[in-house]
Ligand binder design. Sequence first.
Ligand SMILES: [Fe+2]
Length: 326
Amino acid sequence: MCKRLIPVLVVAAPGVWCVPSAPDATAVQTATERPANTDGVLTFAVTSDHMEDLPKNIIKGLVDAKPKFVVLNGDIVFNGREADFRKLTRVFLEPLKQAGIDWYPVIGNHDFPVEPNWKKFWGQDKGRPYYSFDSGPAHLVILDSNKLVYGGRTYKEGTELAYLVEQSKDLAKGSEQYNWLAGDLDKTRQKFIFVFHHEPAVSFGDHGSVPALQRTLCPLFEKHRVTIVISGHEHSYQRFVPIRVDLVDEQRPKPVADEANGVVYLTTGCGPGGETYEVGSSPLHACAKRLATFTTFTIDGNVIRGQAISLPDLKAIDVFEIKSRR
Ligand SMILES: [Fe+2]
């Protein structure tokens, strides 16, 4: 079901631009090294939220982009169903494999309730709920944000959300996952840090921002000068100007623009069949569009060049650059 298309706000920022979208516009987890595409240049792609129904042209778009790997940023199947994992293999992973493209899954809120097939399907390495690895000049961190978002509330026993909270890994301050993340970010000396978790800390989309993520994770991201944090969940595209989260009132975290000390946040992905959700406007948006997308990142020297590609028409709807802050 598609929701009403609403106007989006596009804010120009130095070195970045948002391409008009007119129809005719053109677990314990040690870092391991994964090779880049070629010497000094790494291209990878990020998508999410397609669940049981891939948007048209997503395989063509990903294969044409020639990434080294694709990060599947959660809600890859619907409620962990074995039938969806089998379909995923046939219609998504096999074509990627034939094109020489690897993949890394991130666990979303739809990926393991009701049928717990996540680890069985992805295996001991990629089935870990949180881990990191290096590729070329990049350090990539994959987190399980589900419990921090949905925990702290009581759900009826046996329901999907009760199961989700019970099965996902805690990310609250002092938890095993949080301590691992703090140590991992402390240790890395890579020039670029990419962090992936399914639910966004900062968003003006259908689900919105999550104060618990802002309180817990954003100070770590700022301290370690993380390059970009990428989420899904929203079925819309949102790229933000560098943001610092003001925690003077810890109960009400306030994201503010901060070019010098902020972190770039981005949501990308699509719903089943390309279903999108409304996205509101904010002066913190560098680009926001109600579109199903995947996003590519190419690291060349000291610069990341990013592109958001719309589905199913495969048009570049946002093109941007981010420099290393480390
Ligand atoms: Fe989700």
